[in-house]
Design a protein around this ligand. Structure first.
Ligand code: SF4
Length: 412
Protein backbone atom coordinates (compact mmCIF):
# COMPACT_ATOMS: atom_id res chain seq x y z
CA UNK A 1 0.00 0.00 0.00
CA UNK A 2 1.26 3.49 -0.89
CA UNK A 3 2.30 5.76 1.93
CA UNK A 4 0.25 8.92 2.29
CA UNK A 5 2.26 12.13 2.16
CA UNK A 6 1.76 12.75 5.87
CA UNK A 7 3.52 9.44 6.59
CA UNK A 8 6.30 10.13 4.13
CA UNK A 9 6.67 13.65 5.50
CA UNK A 10 7.68 12.33 8.94
CA UNK A 11 10.96 11.09 7.45
CA UNK A 12 11.93 14.36 5.73
CA UNK A 13 14.60 16.35 7.57
CA UNK A 14 13.39 19.85 6.68
CA UNK A 15 15.72 21.58 9.06
CA UNK A 16 18.73 19.66 7.74
CA UNK A 17 17.81 20.33 4.10
CA UNK A 18 17.27 24.00 4.84
CA UNK A 19 20.66 24.28 6.55
CA UNK A 20 22.32 22.43 3.66
CA UNK A 21 20.64 24.87 1.30
CA UNK A 22 22.09 27.89 3.10
CA UNK A 23 25.56 26.28 2.99
CA UNK A 24 25.44 25.13 -0.66
CA UNK A 25 28.44 26.14 -2.77
CA UNK A 26 28.50 27.73 -6.24
CA UNK A 27 29.96 24.45 -7.55
CA UNK A 28 26.83 22.59 -6.34
CA UNK A 29 24.59 25.07 -8.15
CA UNK A 30 26.66 24.93 -11.36
CA UNK A 31 26.55 21.13 -11.38
CA UNK A 32 22.74 21.17 -11.14
CA UNK A 33 22.28 23.89 -13.75
CA UNK A 34 24.59 22.03 -16.14
CA UNK A 35 22.16 19.10 -16.07
CA UNK A 36 19.21 21.48 -16.63
CA UNK A 37 17.15 20.14 -13.74
CA UNK A 38 17.07 19.37 -10.03
CA UNK A 39 17.16 15.60 -9.69
CA UNK A 40 16.55 15.35 -5.95
CA UNK A 41 15.14 17.27 -3.02
CA UNK A 42 18.77 18.05 -2.09
CA UNK A 43 19.33 19.59 -5.53
CA UNK A 44 16.13 21.58 -5.18
CA UNK A 45 17.33 22.89 -1.79
CA UNK A 46 20.64 23.93 -3.38
CA UNK A 47 18.76 25.99 -5.98
CA UNK A 48 17.19 27.95 -3.10
CA UNK A 49 20.61 28.80 -1.66
CA UNK A 50 22.33 32.18 -1.43
CA UNK A 51 24.97 30.58 -3.68
CA UNK A 52 22.33 30.20 -6.42
CA UNK A 53 21.30 33.87 -6.39
CA UNK A 54 23.99 34.99 -8.88
CA UNK A 55 22.65 32.33 -11.27
CA UNK A 56 19.08 33.58 -11.21
CA UNK A 57 19.05 34.49 -14.88
CA UNK A 58 20.26 31.01 -15.90
CA UNK A 59 17.66 29.44 -13.61
CA UNK A 60 14.93 31.60 -15.17
CA UNK A 61 15.99 30.68 -18.70
CA UNK A 62 15.90 26.97 -17.87
CA UNK A 63 12.58 27.43 -16.10
CA UNK A 64 11.13 29.18 -19.10
CA UNK A 65 12.30 26.47 -21.50
CA UNK A 66 10.83 23.70 -19.32
CA UNK A 67 7.54 25.56 -18.98
CA UNK A 68 7.27 26.10 -22.74
CA UNK A 69 7.95 22.43 -23.35
CA UNK A 70 5.16 21.26 -21.07
CA UNK A 71 2.59 24.08 -21.20
CA UNK A 72 3.26 26.09 -24.36
CA UNK A 73 2.95 29.87 -24.45
CA UNK A 74 -0.29 30.00 -22.54
CA UNK A 75 -1.46 31.37 -19.21
CA UNK A 76 -4.70 30.02 -17.83
CA UNK A 77 -6.98 32.77 -16.46
CA UNK A 78 -9.31 32.24 -13.52
CA UNK A 79 -11.16 34.20 -10.86
CA UNK A 80 -12.13 33.33 -7.30
CA UNK A 81 -15.81 33.49 -6.40
CA UNK A 82 -16.23 33.76 -2.63
CA UNK A 83 -19.42 32.07 -1.44
CA UNK A 84 -19.15 32.67 2.29
CA UNK A 85 -16.82 34.21 4.86
CA UNK A 86 -18.36 32.39 7.83
CA UNK A 87 -15.83 30.11 9.45
CA UNK A 88 -15.58 27.99 12.59
CA UNK A 89 -11.77 28.01 12.62
CA UNK A 90 -9.32 30.28 14.32
CA UNK A 91 -6.48 30.93 11.86
CA UNK A 92 -4.53 33.87 13.24
CA UNK A 93 -3.42 35.20 9.84
CA UNK A 94 -6.83 35.15 8.10
CA UNK A 95 -9.43 37.88 7.83
CA UNK A 96 -12.22 35.28 8.13
CA UNK A 97 -10.91 33.85 11.42
CA UNK A 98 -13.93 33.35 13.64
CA UNK A 99 -13.04 35.99 16.27
CA UNK A 100 -12.56 38.77 13.71
CA UNK A 101 -15.28 41.40 13.77
CA UNK A 102 -16.19 41.57 10.07
CA UNK A 103 -19.57 41.49 8.32
CA UNK A 104 -20.35 37.78 7.83
CA UNK A 105 -21.96 36.99 4.50
CA UNK A 106 -23.14 33.81 2.79
CA UNK A 107 -24.45 34.28 -0.73
CA UNK A 108 -27.89 32.99 -1.66
CA UNK A 109 -28.03 30.94 -4.86
CA UNK A 110 -29.44 33.98 -6.67
CA UNK A 111 -26.54 36.11 -5.42
CA UNK A 112 -24.09 33.44 -6.59
CA UNK A 113 -25.71 33.61 -10.05
CA UNK A 114 -25.28 37.39 -10.05
CA UNK A 115 -21.59 37.20 -9.12
CA UNK A 116 -20.94 34.39 -11.62
CA UNK A 117 -22.69 36.32 -14.36
CA UNK A 118 -20.38 39.31 -13.81
CA UNK A 119 -17.32 37.05 -14.06
CA UNK A 120 -18.75 35.41 -17.17
CA UNK A 121 -19.21 38.84 -18.77
CA UNK A 122 -15.52 39.55 -18.09
CA UNK A 123 -14.63 36.44 -20.08
CA UNK A 124 -13.94 33.93 -17.30
CA UNK A 125 -14.93 30.29 -17.86
CA UNK A 126 -12.70 28.96 -15.10
CA UNK A 127 -13.63 29.82 -11.51
CA UNK A 128 -12.48 28.92 -8.04
CA UNK A 129 -15.31 28.69 -5.48
CA UNK A 130 -14.05 29.71 -2.04
CA UNK A 131 -15.75 29.45 1.35
CA UNK A 132 -14.76 29.43 4.99
CA UNK A 133 -15.04 26.14 6.83
CA UNK A 134 -18.51 25.79 8.27
CA UNK A 135 -20.73 22.70 8.63
CA UNK A 136 -23.65 24.68 7.25
CA UNK A 137 -22.16 24.63 3.72
CA UNK A 138 -20.48 21.26 3.48
CA UNK A 139 -23.26 19.14 4.90
CA UNK A 140 -26.48 20.58 3.52
CA UNK A 141 -25.79 20.40 -0.22
CA UNK A 142 -25.25 24.16 -0.64
CA UNK A 143 -21.95 23.86 -2.53
CA UNK A 144 -23.32 21.03 -4.64
CA UNK A 145 -26.29 23.21 -5.64
CA UNK A 146 -23.95 26.07 -6.51
CA UNK A 147 -21.79 23.81 -8.69
CA UNK A 148 -24.82 22.36 -10.48
CA UNK A 149 -26.07 25.85 -11.33
CA UNK A 150 -22.70 27.16 -12.51
CA UNK A 151 -21.42 24.14 -14.43
CA UNK A 152 -23.57 25.03 -17.46
CA UNK A 153 -21.60 28.23 -18.01
CA UNK A 154 -18.25 27.37 -16.45
CA UNK A 155 -16.50 24.31 -17.88
CA UNK A 156 -13.82 24.51 -15.18
CA UNK A 157 -14.89 24.76 -11.54
CA UNK A 158 -12.41 24.43 -8.70
CA UNK A 159 -13.15 24.34 -4.97
CA UNK A 160 -11.32 25.77 -1.98
CA UNK A 161 -13.23 24.60 1.11
CA UNK A 162 -12.61 22.91 4.43
CA UNK A 163 -11.21 19.37 3.89
CA UNK A 164 -13.67 16.47 3.53
CA UNK A 165 -13.57 12.70 3.37
CA UNK A 166 -13.35 11.25 -0.17
CA UNK A 167 -17.01 10.25 0.17
CA UNK A 168 -17.90 13.89 0.85
CA UNK A 169 -16.08 15.01 -2.31
CA UNK A 170 -17.71 12.49 -4.65
CA UNK A 171 -21.07 14.37 -4.99
CA UNK A 172 -19.16 17.57 -5.77
CA UNK A 173 -17.20 15.84 -8.53
CA UNK A 174 -20.45 14.40 -9.88
CA UNK A 175 -22.01 17.86 -9.80
CA UNK A 176 -19.28 19.17 -12.13
CA UNK A 177 -16.18 20.15 -10.12
CA UNK A 178 -12.85 19.27 -11.65
CA UNK A 179 -10.31 20.74 -9.22
CA UNK A 180 -9.66 20.93 -5.50
CA UNK A 181 -7.31 23.44 -3.91
CA UNK A 182 -6.06 23.08 -0.35
CA UNK A 183 -3.10 24.92 1.14
CA UNK A 184 -1.19 23.41 4.03
CA UNK A 185 -0.47 27.03 5.08
CA UNK A 186 2.69 25.94 6.96
CA UNK A 187 4.45 22.58 6.92
CA UNK A 188 6.01 23.22 10.33
CA UNK A 189 3.79 21.34 12.75
CA UNK A 190 4.61 23.48 15.81
CA UNK A 191 3.93 26.68 13.91
CA UNK A 192 0.77 25.13 12.48
CA UNK A 193 -0.52 24.31 15.98
CA UNK A 194 0.23 27.79 17.29
CA UNK A 195 -1.64 29.44 14.40
CA UNK A 196 -4.68 27.13 14.27
CA UNK A 197 -5.94 27.13 17.81
CA UNK A 198 -9.60 26.16 17.37
CA UNK A 199 -11.79 24.37 14.88
CA UNK A 200 -11.30 21.32 12.65
CA UNK A 201 -8.36 22.89 10.89
CA UNK A 202 -6.25 22.04 13.94
CA UNK A 203 -5.61 18.58 12.46
CA UNK A 204 -2.29 18.90 10.64
CA UNK A 205 -2.08 15.44 9.02
CA UNK A 206 -5.75 15.36 8.04
CA UNK A 207 -5.21 18.54 6.07
CA UNK A 208 -1.97 17.29 4.55
CA UNK A 209 -3.65 14.22 3.04
CA UNK A 210 -6.64 16.13 1.64
CA UNK A 211 -5.36 16.21 -1.95
CA UNK A 212 -5.01 12.43 -1.95
CA UNK A 213 -8.59 11.99 -0.70
CA UNK A 214 -9.73 14.39 -3.41
CA UNK A 215 -7.91 12.31 -6.02
CA UNK A 216 -9.67 9.17 -4.79
CA UNK A 217 -12.97 11.01 -5.25
CA UNK A 218 -12.16 11.78 -8.89
CA UNK A 219 -10.87 15.36 -9.02
CA UNK A 220 -8.77 15.89 -12.16
CA UNK A 221 -6.75 18.83 -10.85
CA UNK A 222 -5.15 19.10 -7.41
CA UNK A 223 -3.82 22.40 -6.07
CA UNK A 224 -1.54 22.69 -3.05
CA UNK A 225 0.36 25.58 -1.53
CA UNK A 226 2.00 27.14 1.51
CA UNK A 227 1.33 30.61 2.83
CA UNK A 228 4.75 32.24 2.80
CA UNK A 229 5.32 34.45 5.81
CA UNK A 230 4.42 31.99 8.56
CA UNK A 231 7.71 30.11 8.93
CA UNK A 232 11.22 29.73 7.44
CA UNK A 233 10.61 30.09 3.70
CA UNK A 234 13.21 27.52 2.62
CA UNK A 235 11.72 24.82 4.84
CA UNK A 236 8.24 25.62 3.53
CA UNK A 237 9.47 25.50 -0.06
CA UNK A 238 11.26 22.17 0.41
CA UNK A 239 8.19 20.59 2.05
CA UNK A 240 5.89 21.97 -0.63
CA UNK A 241 8.14 20.68 -3.43
CA UNK A 242 8.26 17.25 -1.81
CA UNK A 243 4.47 17.23 -1.45
CA UNK A 244 4.01 18.18 -5.12
CA UNK A 245 6.45 15.48 -6.19
CA UNK A 246 4.57 12.91 -4.10
CA UNK A 247 1.27 13.87 -5.72
CA UNK A 248 2.64 13.84 -9.28
CA UNK A 249 3.95 10.30 -8.66
CA UNK A 250 0.96 8.90 -6.81
CA UNK A 251 -1.98 10.83 -8.28
CA UNK A 252 -0.67 10.60 -11.81
CA UNK A 253 -4.02 10.96 -13.58
CA UNK A 254 -4.45 14.45 -12.09
CA UNK A 255 -2.76 17.73 -12.98
CA UNK A 256 -0.95 19.01 -9.89
CA UNK A 257 -0.52 22.74 -9.41
CA UNK A 258 1.40 24.72 -6.83
CA UNK A 259 0.55 28.10 -5.32
CA UNK A 260 2.99 30.32 -3.48
CA UNK A 261 0.82 32.94 -1.78
CA UNK A 262 2.71 35.51 0.25
CA UNK A 263 1.07 37.16 3.25
CA UNK A 264 -1.11 40.21 2.56
CA UNK A 265 -2.79 42.64 4.98
CA UNK A 266 -6.02 41.23 6.44
CA UNK A 267 -8.41 41.77 9.34
CA UNK A 268 -6.74 40.67 12.57
CA UNK A 269 -3.48 42.36 11.49
CA UNK A 270 -1.27 39.32 11.93
CA UNK A 271 2.45 40.15 11.64
CA UNK A 272 4.27 37.82 9.30
CA UNK A 273 7.22 35.99 10.78
CA UNK A 274 9.45 35.39 7.79
CA UNK A 275 9.28 37.65 4.75
CA UNK A 276 10.04 36.05 1.38
CA UNK A 277 11.75 38.80 -0.63
CA UNK A 278 10.94 39.33 -4.31
CA UNK A 279 14.19 38.05 -5.75
CA UNK A 280 13.97 34.85 -3.69
CA UNK A 281 10.33 34.48 -4.69
CA UNK A 282 11.48 34.43 -8.34
CA UNK A 283 14.29 32.03 -7.43
CA UNK A 284 11.74 29.73 -5.81
CA UNK A 285 9.48 29.70 -8.89
CA UNK A 286 12.41 28.81 -11.15
CA UNK A 287 13.68 26.15 -8.73
CA UNK A 288 10.24 24.53 -8.55
CA UNK A 289 10.05 24.36 -12.32
CA UNK A 290 13.48 22.72 -12.48
CA UNK A 291 12.42 20.15 -9.87
CA UNK A 292 8.88 19.32 -11.07
CA UNK A 293 8.65 20.31 -14.68
CA UNK A 294 5.03 19.22 -15.23
CA UNK A 295 3.34 20.91 -12.25
CA UNK A 296 1.29 24.03 -12.86
CA UNK A 297 2.35 27.12 -10.92
CA UNK A 298 -0.34 29.65 -10.01
CA UNK A 299 0.19 33.35 -9.37
CA UNK A 300 -2.58 35.28 -7.66
CA UNK A 301 -3.51 38.94 -7.34
CA UNK A 302 -1.71 38.97 -3.99
CA UNK A 303 1.34 39.98 -6.03
CA UNK A 304 1.75 43.49 -7.48
CA UNK A 305 1.09 44.12 -11.18
CA UNK A 306 4.69 44.84 -12.24
CA UNK A 307 6.02 41.67 -10.63
CA UNK A 308 3.19 39.58 -12.11
CA UNK A 309 3.91 40.92 -15.57
CA UNK A 310 7.59 40.12 -15.20
CA UNK A 311 6.84 36.57 -14.12
CA UNK A 312 4.55 35.68 -17.04
CA UNK A 313 7.40 34.19 -19.04
CA UNK A 314 9.36 32.63 -16.21
CA UNK A 315 7.51 29.50 -15.19
CA UNK A 316 3.99 30.26 -14.07
CA UNK A 317 1.02 28.68 -15.85
CA UNK A 318 -2.10 30.27 -14.39
CA UNK A 319 -3.11 33.66 -13.02
CA UNK A 320 -6.18 35.04 -11.29
CA UNK A 321 -7.29 38.54 -12.26
CA UNK A 322 -9.70 41.24 -11.14
CA UNK A 323 -10.25 39.34 -7.90
CA UNK A 324 -12.55 40.17 -5.03
CA UNK A 325 -11.96 38.23 -1.81
CA UNK A 326 -15.31 39.22 -0.29
CA UNK A 327 -18.55 37.26 -0.83
CA UNK A 328 -20.68 39.41 -3.12
CA UNK A 329 -17.69 41.62 -3.90
CA UNK A 330 -18.06 41.64 -7.70
CA UNK A 331 -21.57 43.04 -7.45
CA UNK A 332 -20.05 46.06 -5.71
CA UNK A 333 -17.46 46.62 -8.46
CA UNK A 334 -17.58 49.60 -10.78
CA UNK A 335 -19.42 48.44 -13.92
CA UNK A 336 -16.99 49.84 -16.45
CA UNK A 337 -13.60 49.33 -14.80
CA UNK A 338 -14.49 46.07 -12.95
CA UNK A 339 -12.53 47.25 -9.93
CA UNK A 340 -13.83 47.84 -6.37
CA UNK A 341 -15.79 51.09 -5.87
CA UNK A 342 -15.31 51.05 -2.10
CA UNK A 343 -13.49 49.29 0.69
CA UNK A 344 -14.63 45.68 1.10
CA UNK A 345 -14.80 45.16 4.89
CA UNK A 346 -15.71 41.45 4.61
CA UNK A 347 -12.72 40.53 2.44
CA UNK A 348 -10.28 37.74 3.33
CA UNK A 349 -7.23 39.82 2.46
CA UNK A 350 -6.51 42.84 0.34
CA UNK A 351 -5.19 42.13 -3.16
CA UNK A 352 -2.18 43.93 -4.66
CA UNK A 353 -2.91 43.74 -8.40
CA UNK A 354 -6.22 45.58 -8.83
CA UNK A 355 -6.19 45.71 -12.64
CA UNK A 356 -9.35 44.59 -14.45
CA UNK A 357 -9.14 41.12 -16.07
CA UNK A 358 -8.96 42.54 -19.60
CA UNK A 359 -5.89 44.60 -18.70
CA UNK A 360 -4.17 41.56 -17.21
CA UNK A 361 -5.01 39.60 -20.38
CA UNK A 362 -3.47 42.41 -22.45
CA UNK A 363 -0.28 42.22 -20.39
CA UNK A 364 -0.11 38.46 -20.99
CA UNK A 365 -0.58 38.96 -24.74
CA UNK A 366 2.05 41.71 -24.74
CA UNK A 367 4.52 39.23 -23.23
CA UNK A 368 3.86 36.95 -26.23
CA UNK A 369 1.62 34.52 -24.38
CA UNK A 370 -1.99 33.54 -24.95
CA UNK A 371 -4.42 34.20 -22.08
CA UNK A 372 -6.62 31.11 -21.95
CA UNK A 373 -10.04 31.81 -20.47
CA UNK A 374 -11.77 28.63 -21.37
CA UNK A 375 -10.01 25.31 -21.47
CA UNK A 376 -6.28 24.84 -21.28
CA UNK A 377 -6.10 21.45 -22.98
CA UNK A 378 -8.35 22.42 -25.87
CA UNK A 379 -6.27 25.48 -26.57
CA UNK A 380 -3.10 23.43 -26.75
CA UNK A 381 -4.71 20.88 -29.02
CA UNK A 382 -6.16 23.55 -31.30
CA UNK A 383 -2.86 25.28 -31.94
CA UNK A 384 0.22 23.04 -31.83
CA UNK A 385 2.48 26.00 -32.53
CA UNK A 386 2.03 27.21 -28.97
CA UNK A 387 4.17 24.29 -27.80
CA UNK A 388 7.16 25.30 -29.90
CA UNK A 389 10.06 26.56 -27.83
CA UNK A 390 10.78 30.27 -28.06
CA UNK A 391 13.89 31.37 -29.87
CA UNK A 392 16.40 32.51 -27.30
CA UNK A 393 16.42 35.95 -28.90
CA UNK A 394 12.73 36.34 -28.03
CA UNK A 395 13.47 36.54 -24.39
CA UNK A 396 15.98 38.48 -22.42
CA UNK A 397 15.35 38.46 -18.72
CA UNK A 398 17.77 41.29 -18.09
CA UNK A 399 15.55 43.54 -20.25
CA UNK A 400 12.45 42.99 -18.15
CA UNK A 401 12.37 46.24 -16.20
CA UNK A 402 10.18 44.97 -13.39
CA UNK A 403 12.62 42.15 -12.62
CA UNK A 404 15.88 44.07 -12.92
CA UNK A 405 15.41 45.58 -9.51
CA UNK A 406 15.14 42.12 -7.98
CA UNK A 407 18.72 41.13 -8.59
CA UNK A 408 20.72 41.53 -5.44
CA UNK A 409 23.99 40.94 -7.29
CA UNK A 410 25.23 41.09 -10.85
CA UNK A 411 24.00 38.34 -13.14
CA UNK A 412 26.31 35.68 -14.49
S1 SF4 B 1 -7.88 30.35 6.46
FE1 SF4 B 1 -9.74 29.26 5.85
S2 SF4 B 1 -10.23 28.01 7.61
FE2 SF4 B 1 -8.84 29.59 8.35
S3 SF4 B 1 -10.17 31.26 9.09
FE3 SF4 B 1 -9.63 31.66 6.94
S4 SF4 B 1 -11.34 30.83 5.80
FE4 SF4 B 1 -11.42 29.90 7.84
Amino acid sequence: MKLSFSKKFEAIDLQGLSEASVQAKPSDVKRILNTGKANSLEDFASLLSPAAEPYLETMCRLSQAATLKHFGKTIRMFAPLYLSNECVNVCRYCGFSRHNDIPRITLSLEEVDQEASLLHQQGFRSILLVAGEHPKYVSNGYVESVVQRLSKNFPSIALELGPLEASGYAPLVNAGCEALVVYQETYNENTYRSLHTAGPKKHFNWRMDTAERAYQAGFRRLGIGALFGLHDWRQEAIALASHAQHLTRNCWKAQVSISLPRMRPAAGEFEQVEFLPNHQFVQLIAALRLFISKAGITLSTREPAALRDGLIALGITSMSAGSSTEPGGYSAFDETSFTPKDEQPGEQFHIADERPPAVVAEAIAKAGYEPVWKDFDQSLLADPSVSEPMESSDYEISKIESLKSLYPVSIK
